[in-house]
Design a protein around this ligand. Structure first.
Ligand code: 59J
Length: 575
C-alpha cells in the first residue's frame, strides 16, 4: 500500500510538490542566470550606486604686476564641515572639538543643535592645511575636511582698489577680480571615489577630469611705483589734513597704467570692518571738475585753429572779465600775457578771451579727442565716463567756463590720459590695465605734433620758470612739465563752496622725450594751504622722480660737473 493512500487528498500533495519543484527550479535558474550570465552588468550597477564624483577645486589664476610680482594668489586651505546627525551621536567630544576650533563650546553646541536636522554644516572655512588636518586627526565622528583655495593679496592696501577681491568661494566681487573673473576662474575637475552606505570614503578610484586652472593675468602696473605713489600720496594727505586723494601714472607711449592709488584705502586680506568710502577706486569711479589743468588743451585748440601762435598775447587787464552778468576772475593779476604766460599765471580771463575768439567747437573737439567724456575702454567695475557737455548753441559763459575747466567732469584716469596724449606727440593710445607685450593698437593722431610739442614747452616753463606756479613739481635730473589746478568744490545744494577745494597737478616727463604722465588729486586739504601748486605738485615731483629712475630714463638735466668730479664718480662706479 502506498503511503499516499493514508492521505485524505493525495492529489493536493502532488500539486504542492510539483509547485515547489517548479519554484525552486525557477529561483535556482534565476540565481544561475544573474550570477553567471549577468554578473558583470550587475557588479557595475552595484558599484555605480556607491561611486561618487567629488569635485577637485581648480586653482584661480594669479594676478601679478607687470614684472610678475604677485598681487593676488590662491593658497590651498582646508575647510572643515560636519554632519550634525553624526555629531549628535558623540556629544562627549564636542568640547574637545570646540577648543580645537577656537570656538566657545556653548556657541558650537548651539550651532549643532540648530542644524540637527541637516546633514551638512560648515565648522570652519579656509584653515591652513596644517591646522585643519590637526583637527581632522582628532577623528571626531561626523567631522570632514574639504580642500579649497583662499585668495591672498600680498600687496594689501597698496593695490586694493585696483585688484579688488573675491568672496570666500573665490568669485570676483570688485576690481580686476570682478572684471576678469572669467579669465581667472578655472574649471573644477572630478574625482571618482567609492563610498559606503554611510557616505564614508572607501577608496579613491581615479581622477575623471583634471581641474583646469584659471589663467594668470599680468597687470600693467609696476608694484614699486604703486608703493611709491601710495606712500607719497598718504604723506601729503596727512600733512595737509585732506579727506581723500588719487594718483594715476601712465606710460605715454603704450597707454599702460603704471600706478593707480587712492586714499583712504583698505586691507583686502581682512575685510571684517569695511568702510565703503575706503573701498572706492576714486581714480576711476569719482568724477570732478578739472579746472585749470585743462587749460593746456584749450591752448592746443587755439593753436590748432591757426588764429593763435605761442607769441600771441592777451590783455588780462585787472584780472576780471565780464560776460553778461557773469564775472570771470583771476586769482593773481597778470596784465599782458603770451600763451606761455597765460599758463604760468593760470589766467581764467585770458583763456576765456581766447575761447570766445575761437568759439566752443574747437575747444570741445580737442577735449573730446583727448578722451574727456568718453569711455576709457578699461571696463573697470563702476568706472565713470564723466561729462563733456554738448550744447546746440554755446553761450559765451558756457564757452569760457569749459575752456578753463568747469562745467565738465572727468576722472583722474581721463585727466592723466589727456596729458599722456599731449606728451605722446598728440597720439591717443588706448589705455590698458593689462601688461602689453606688444602695442595693442597704433593709436590715433589727434593733435598736430608741432602743436603738442609747443604746449609741452609751455608746461616746462610753468614748472621751471619763475612765477610759473609749478616750481614744486621740479624733478632733479630731468626737465618735466605740468599744470597745477585749484578748484572750488561744487556745493551739494548747487553753486560752489567757499572753502572746500580740490588740489590738482597734472604733468609729464621728460619734456623732450616724454615717457610718463601723472595726475595727483587731493580732495579738501584743510591745513597749511590748498593750492594745487603747493599741495599736489610735490607729490607729483616725488613719484615722477621715482618713475623716471625705475624706468631707466636717461637724465636730461644733470648739473654740469667739474672734470675731477666726473672722473671720481666714474671710478666710484667701477669699484
Ligand atoms: C579758485 C574756481 C570755481 C568755478 C578761485 C581757487 C572759478 C569759477 C565758476 C578762488 C581758489 C580761490 C565756473 S588759484 O586753478 O581760479 O593751482 O596753484 O574754483 O574760477 O569761475 O580762492 N590756482 N584757481 N577757481 N572757480 N567757477 C589758481 C586757479 C587755478 C592756483 C593758484 C591760485 C581758480 C595759482 C579757482 C594753483 O589755476
Amino acid at each position: 500500500m502506498s503511503r499516499l493512500q493514508g492521505l485524505e487528498h493525495p492529489w493536493r500533495f502532488r500539486i504542492i510538490l510539483i509547485l515547489l519543484c517548479v519554484l525552486t527550479g525557477a529561483i535556482a535558474s534565476r540565481i544561475v542566470y544573474l550570477h553567471i550570465f549577468r554578473h558583470e552588468f550587475l557588479a557595475m550597477q552595484g558599484d555605480a550606486r556607491a561611486v561618487r564624483h567629488i569635485p577637485i577645486p581648480a586653482h584661480r589664476g594669479v594676478i601679478t604686476d607687470r614684472h610678475g610680482e604677485p598681487l593676488a594668489v590662491s593658497t590651498p586651505v582646508l575647510t572643515l564641515w560636519a554632519n550634525p546627525k553624526e555629531l549628535l551621536a558623540d556629544k562627549a567630544r564636542w568640547k574637545e572639538l570646540a577648543v580645537a576650533l577656537e570656538l566657545q563650546p556653548a556657541a558650537l553646541i548651539k550651532r549643532i543643535e540648530n542644524n540637527a536636522a541637516r546633514e551638512f554644516m560648515y565648522l570652519a572655512r579656509g584653515l591652513t592645511p596644517e591646522r585643519g588636518q590637526g583637527i581632522l586627526d582628532l577623528k571626531v565622528a561626523g567631522v570632514y575636511g574639504k580642500e579649497e583655495f583662499r585668495r591672498f593679496y600680498p600687496a594689501g592696501e597698496v593695490a586694493a582698489h585696483l585688484v579688488g577681491f573675491t568672496d570666500i568661494d573665490e568669485r570676483g566681487q570688485e576690481g580686476i577680480e570682478l572684471a576678469f573673473n572669467e579669465w581667472l576662474t578655472g574649471v573644477p575637475g572630478k574625482r571618482q571615489v567609492i563610498k559606503d552606505r554611510r557616505g564614508d570614503l572607501i577608496r579613491d578610484v581615479q581622477v575623471k577630469e583634471n581641474a583646469k586652472p584659471g589663467k594668470q593675468l599680468a597687470l600693467s602696473i609696476d608694484l614699486r611705483l604703486q608703493y611709491l605713489a601710495h606712500r607719497e600720496l598718504r604723506k601729503a594727505l596727512l600733512e595737509f589734513e585732506a579727506k581723500a586723494g588719487s594718483l594715476v601714472m601712465i606710460d605715454v607711449r603704450t597707454g599702460e597704467i603704471l600706478a593707480m592709488v587712492n586714499h583712504p584705502t583698505y586691507n583686502p586680506n581682512n575685510r571684517r570692518e569695511l568702510n565703503p568710502q575706503a573701498m572706492r577706486n576714486r581714480a576711476m569711479v569719482d568724477v570732478f571738475e578739472p579746472g585749470s589743468t585743462v587749460k593746456p588743451f584749450s591752448i592746443a585748440a587755439a593753436l590748432g585753429t591757426g588764429r593763435w601762435t605761442p607769441e600771441s598775447t592777451v590783455d588780462t587787464g585787472n584780472g576780471s572779465f565780464k560776460i553778461g552778468r557773469y564775472t570771470i576772475r583771476d586769482v593773481s593779476r597778470g596784465g599782458l600775457l603770451d600763451l606761455t604766460g597765460i599758463l604760468k599765471k593760470s589766467s581764467n580771463v585770458a583763456i576765456s578771451k581766447i575761447a570766445l575768439d575761437i568759439g566752443a567747437e574747437p575747444v570741445y573737439a580737442m577735449m573730446q579727442n583727448v578722451g574727456f567724456g568718453a569711455d576709457t575702454g578699461l571696463s573697470f567695475p563702476g568706472e565713470r565716463v564723466g561729462q563733456l557737455p554738448m550744447h546746440r548753441k554755446w553761450g559765451q559763459a558756457e564757452t569760457a567756463t569749459l575752456a578753463y575747466g568747469y562745467g565738465l567732469s572727468v576722472t583722474a584716469v581721463q585727466l592723466a590720459h589727456a596729458f599722456a596724449v599731449l606728451a605722446n606727440d598728440g597720439r591717443n593710445m588706448p589705455l590698458s590695465l593689462v601688461h602689453q607685450t606688444q602695442p595693442a593698437s597704433a593709436g590715433t593722431q589727434v593733435i598736430d605734433p608741432k602743436i603738442s610739442k609747443s604746449v609741452m614747452k609751455m608746461l616746462q616753463a610753468v614748472v621751471e620758470e619763475a612765477g610759473g606756479g609749478g616750481a614744486r613739481a621740479q624733478v632733479p635730473g630731468y626737465h618735466v612739465g605740468g599744470k597745477s589746478g585749484t578748484a572750488k568744490k561744487l556745493a551739494t545744494g548747487g553753486g560752489y563752496t567757499q572753502s572746500s577745494y580740490r588740489s590738482l597737478f597734472a604733468g609729464v616727463g621728460p619734456v623732450d622725450n616724454p615717457r610718463v604722465a601723472a595726475v595727483v588729486v587731493i580732495d579738501e586739504p584743510s591745513k597749511g594751504g590748498y593750492y594745487g601748486g603747493l599741495v599736489a605738485a610735490p607729490v607729483f615731483a616725488r613719484v615722477m622722480a621715482g618713475a623716471l629712475r625705475m624706468l631707466n630714463v636717461r637724465p636730461d638735466n644733470l648739473p654740469t660737473e667739474t672734470p675731477s668730479v666726473v672722473v671720481g664718480s666714474a671710478q666710484g662706479g667701477r669699484g
